[in-house]
Design a protein around this ligand. Structure first.
Ligand SMILES: Nc1ncnc2c1ncn2[C@@H]1O[C@H](COP(=O)(O)OP(=O)(O)O)[C@@H](O)[C@H]1O
Ligand SMILES: [Mg+2]
Length: 374
């Protein structure tokens, strides 16, 4: 059950419909901690678009995503799909020829395998060598072809924080180049709050192009709905005290609601989940979280990185923490631990909510570290 996201789903639905009619709509950037429901929301966006007859392409960015190849891959699939529609076949093929020229310049064959496009390249578009401009040309080919087919295209991009700020800038500036044309091409991205700070031109464009939506823990009523509705649908229910406890222990974070809810469901004799049963189930839930969700985040960290995480967790509260205090508690200067802090940010484990601060990207991570890593 997807609780508490009706407003976002409705906004997406409206955006798709308005864009199909040729109106400008802002693209969307979801940011939030791990486990708050960004990925499931992106998936829902994709389904909304598909229900409206749009083409939807998805990308999950990683450390070594190259934006030129990623966008060319998505554009290729869109144009190939559109080329199957008889009425716009020629327009789609023209788009593929422009894409072929783009690939020749911007996607070297050695770069993890070539993208095969079986047409003659078209000279003069998307081949200037200026990546931002050329990506703009590709977006235009895709958008115009979709418009001619009376449909639209949604690109969803998850884990955007893994793109370097240069790669992200290319995407934003490229998108800006076509935003004036009223083409039905929408991007919905999601990432940690550590999404790299954008500089200069890209920043001012991003502010106009994107709606920034912060996704967080669920409001009380929505958190209740998330655990009550699926249980009631099975003819069961929660004792009020048990419900109170799951809301408290999960802090309303979707991932934790699901995990605590699942274990309580398994432990309960039924048909009513009691507080005592909930209490017994939390050991299992925490164990599951510790060995799965939390553990997966620290698996690849070095000793120095773990020391830094430990120093953060041992300070009071859930953060954010002053980076100066973290360093001081390790007996070091901020400068000395700077490289470790940066590598943890790059791994997406911590982020800097503001200058001189650090915070965990995973809710309740400090509790996990104190339980398991000290
Ligand atoms: N709105 C919601 N209502 C109920 N459960 C949710 C909601 N959003 C997410 N979840 C649960 O939390 C889990 C984590 O969501 P996910 O989208 O992977 O988080 P993120 O991408 O932000 O790390 C999902 O598998 C789902 O079980
Ligand atoms: Mg996700």
């Amino acid at each position: 059950m997807l609780a508490g996201r009706d407003a976002q789903l409705e906004d997406m639905s409206v955006a798709v419909q308005r864009m199909t009619l040729g109106r400008f709509e802002r693209s969307i950037l979801l940011t939030g901690l791990r486990g708050v429901g960004k990925t499931v929301l992106l998936n829902e966006f994709g389904m909304i678009a598909e229900r409206e007859g749009w083409i939807h392409e998805h990308l999950e960015a990683t450390d070594d995503t190259k934006i030129a190849k990623a966008m060319a891959t998505m554009a290729r699939r869109c144009l190939l799909e559109l080329s199957l529609r008889e009425r716009i076949k020629d327009r789609a093929v023209a788009g593929l020829r422009v894409l072929k020229a783009f690939v020749k310049i911007h996607v070297p064959a050695g770069d993890g395998g070539a993208l095969t496009i079986d047409v003659e390249p078209f000279a003069g578009l998307a081949d200037s060598g200026d990546l931002e401009r050329d990506i703009g040309d590709i977006f235009r080919e895709v958008g115009e072809t979709a418009r001619e087919a009376q449909t639209g295209v949604l690109f969803t991009i998850d884990e955007l924080q893994y793109l370097s700020s240069d790669e992200l800038s290319v995407l934003i500036v490229g998108l800006h180049r076509v935003s004036q044309l009223g083409l039905p091409l929408l991007v919905a991205g999601a990432g940690l709050p550590s999404l790299p700070g954008l500089a200069g031109e890209a920043r001012s464009y991003a502010e106009r192009l994107f709606s920034f939506i912060e996704i967080g823990s669920l409001k009380k009523d929505d958190a209740i709905a998330a655990v009550v509705e699926p249980v009631q649908a099975e003819g069961a229910d929660w004792e009020p005290l048990a419900l109170e406890k799951i809301l408290r222990d999960s802090e309303g974070y979707p991932y934790f609601l699901q995990e605590f809810g699942k274990q309580a469901w398994n432990v309960a004799e039924g048909p009513v989940i009691t507080a005592a049963e909930f209490d017994r189930s939390t050991v299992l839930a925490l164990d599951e979280l510790d060995t799965g969700f939390f553990r997966a985040r620290v698996d690849k960290t070095s000793d120095a990185e773990r020391n830094y995480l430990r120093a953060m967790a041992q300070l009071d509260g859930p953060g954010p923490y002053a980076s100066g205090e973290v360093a001081a508690s390790m007996g070091k200067t901020t400068g000395q631990v700077g490289p470790v802090r940066d590598s943890l940010i790059k791994r997406g484990l911590i982020f800097a909510p503001r200058h001189g601060q650090v915070a965990f990207t995973v809710p309740m991570f400090e509790q996990f570290i104190l339980r398991r890593l000290t």
